[in-house]
Design a protein around this ligand. Structure first.
Ligand SMILES: Nc1ncnc2c1ncn2[C@@H]1O[C@H](COP(=O)(O)OP(=O)(O)OP(=O)(O)O)[C@@H](O)[C@H]1O
Length: 288
């Protein structure tokens, strides 16, 4: 992807000058709401044409030849809907036909994909009776029908309970293999354990691309903890980015982001990915 930009017809610049080179593994695409993640996902899924720059897949420009990518693409959009009256098996069979699979091949792919997402036993139940997590797994199953080498999953964990979230994360890790999986989310813990690469977007721009370890390294020395009296909390909140606060018998233990030591008692602590992401968004907002 080279210098990719996208301007909506109304004039809103949702993606600006974004360049990225990707290979197999799980890319966690992080960014706050409105950062431009869904717009970028739609460009990569060939559903939107960039208004600037170029996206190539194995050297082919996907705006010129979208089918070169489409045959290798599985996509779970943010607003994926299912037909409540159909069973999971019927729904997947329908989508397999839409995707041009037929006969024995279609049947085999449907069963394989149901098994991959752990829904073989529930395959004949109505989708209307499925939980949110099960429905998202059907979404993944349909994206896998053509055994894609690029799997794009847009905000898949929204509305899932913690257990379903965890199950869904494990599923994506299992599916990665030789594929490129792009998982967009605004929740750091969705990608914390699984992503081999991270890309962070804010206001349409790429603020970081690298490994989670690199991002953690960048935030080193910027995360602090100390214990303060409860009545000092408001002041700290007003002056610093507060990552966490924990009430304890001796006061409130706070964890803040700060370029320098924020308080005489403050100790620099090892950043977690959530801290590093918060630090990056703050640092990149200050720089722009
Ligand atoms: N159809 C549209 N017309 C005009 N502006 C749009 C349209 N769709 C999205 N936008 C704007 O483009 C920007 C990026 O939106 P996008 O949905 O890509 O962000 P996002 O990072 O996926 O956020 P979210 O997680 O909230 O979907 C936002 O400011 C949004 O308001």
């Amino acid at each position: 992807m080279k210098s990719v930009g996208y301007k909506y017809p109304g004039g809103h610049q949702a993606v600006s000058d974004l360049s990225l080179k990707l290979g197999p593994g799980i890319l966690g695409l992080l960014g706050p709401n409105g950062a431009g993640k869904s717009t970028l996902m739609r460009i990569l899924a060939t559903l939107a044409r960039p208004t600037a720059g170029q996206v190539t897949w194995n050297g082919v420009d996907i705006a010129e030849q979208p089918n070169a990518l489409r045959v290798a693409l599985g996509y779970l959009p943010q607003d994926f809907g299912v037909y409540s009256a159909l069973s999971a098996r019927e729904f997947l069979a329908f989508l397999a036909a839409v995707k041009g699979l037929s006969g024995v091949e279609a049947k085999t792919r449907v069963e394989t994909c149901l098994a991959q997402v752990g829904l073989s036993d529930a395959a004949d139940r109505r989708l209307g009776d499925f939980s949110g997590g099960m429905r998202q797994r059907v979404g993944i199953a349909q994206a896998l029908l053509n055994d894609p080498t690029l799997l794009i999953v847009d905000e898949p964990t929204v509305g899932l309970d913690p257990e379903e979230r965890m199950r869904f994360r494990h599923l994506l890790t299992d599916l990665a293999g030789q594929r490129l999986v792009i998982l967009s989310t605004h929740i750091v813990s969705d990608v914390e354990a699984s992503a081999t690469q991270l890309a962070v977007m804010a206001e349409g721009r790429l603020r970081f691309h690298g490994t989670p370890e690199q991002l953690l390294g960048m935030a080193e020395g910027h995360v602090w903890e100390w214990t303060l009296a409860a009545d000092q909390l408001a002041e700290v909140r007003a002056n610093y980015t507060l990552c966490a606060s924990l009430r304890r018998p001796d006061g409130v233990r706070v964890r803040v982001i700060s370029a320098g030591r924020p308080h005489a008692d403050a100790q620099a602590v090892t950043p977690g990915l959530e801290d590093a992401y918060t630090w990056l968004l703050g640092a990149s907002a200050a720089a722009h």
